[in-house]
Design a protein around this ligand. Sequence first.
Ligand SMILES: NC(=O)c1ccc[n+]([C@@H]2O[C@H](COP(=O)([O-])OP(=O)(O)OC[C@H]3O[C@@H](n4cnc5c(N)ncnc54)[C@H](O)[C@@H]3O)[C@@H](O)[C@H]2O)c1
Length: 250
Amino acid sequence: MRYDGKVAIVTGAGSGIGRATALALAAEGGSVAVADLDGARARAVAAEIGRAGGRAHPIEVDVTQTSSVKTMVATVLKESGRVDVLVSNAGWDRIVPFLETDEQLWNKVIAVNYWGHLACLHAVLPSMVERGEGRVVIVASDAGRVGSSGEAVYSGAKGAAIAFMKAAAREVARRGVTVNCVAPGLTDTAMLAGVREGHERLFDSITRAIPLGRVGAPEEVASAILYLASTEACYITGQTLSVDGGLTML
Ligand SMILES: NC(=O)c1ccc[n+]([C@@H]2O[C@H](COP(=O)([O-])OP(=O)(O)OC[C@H]3O[C@@H](n4cnc5c(N)ncnc54)[C@H](O)[C@@H]3O)[C@@H](O)[C@H]2O)c1
């Protein structure tokens, strides 16, 4: 199996794309740290993996808090000795026209969707660089590539994550570590249900514009993440792969 003996951390793994990624990594033999702000959800996903015969342990983490992220990484390093794969996936959003947003929303959106990646990569990369190998996949968004109405601050944070990914990829490339982004389009998760509420007509019209004619499943994003985190993708770094049914063709 592709991930036999590999140790992975997936943030935001209690739900949606992160959960699907954790399940897929474990199904392919990986040992997965199921990390989420919601400890109960992390425990439920880790238990689900265990029932399926996989290896996982739950970790409660807030990616916006450096100390919490450092503790998460130290725990995995202590228990498993290394981190082969980091999937920095945790994210959060609300649909609000930019002129109706306030600083409180800016701070939360930027903290989860940009700052969280800085904290996670800063904590994980040193051990990967030291070992001379590692795979990092950041879950960004098509909003960060083309912009999205009602998601101006989120789009900016996701765009920052993509630019950060490229610079980080350059800095660690000679140390055997790759860093890439997956940019989902509309994906059927709790986050999509939350942002869609009250904006059904907008989301229905975007769905009609998707060339493949439907929103994506979390598992379809997970399979792109697993590819970029695998040894098959060893010559790919600094790239952003949209998984969006063809909505944005860049
Ligand atoms: N669903 C979509 O349509 C869509 C589209 C583009 C990008 N994305 C991105 O995909 C990623 C996963 O989103 P999803 O749709 O699976 O959402 P989701 O809401 O189903 O899951 C997100 C998970 O992240 C966790 N989380 C939130 N804040 C956190 C924090 N501070 N620390 C740790 N964990 C935290 C939540 O508890 C939740 O379990 C996000 O980065 C999101 O921006 C989603």
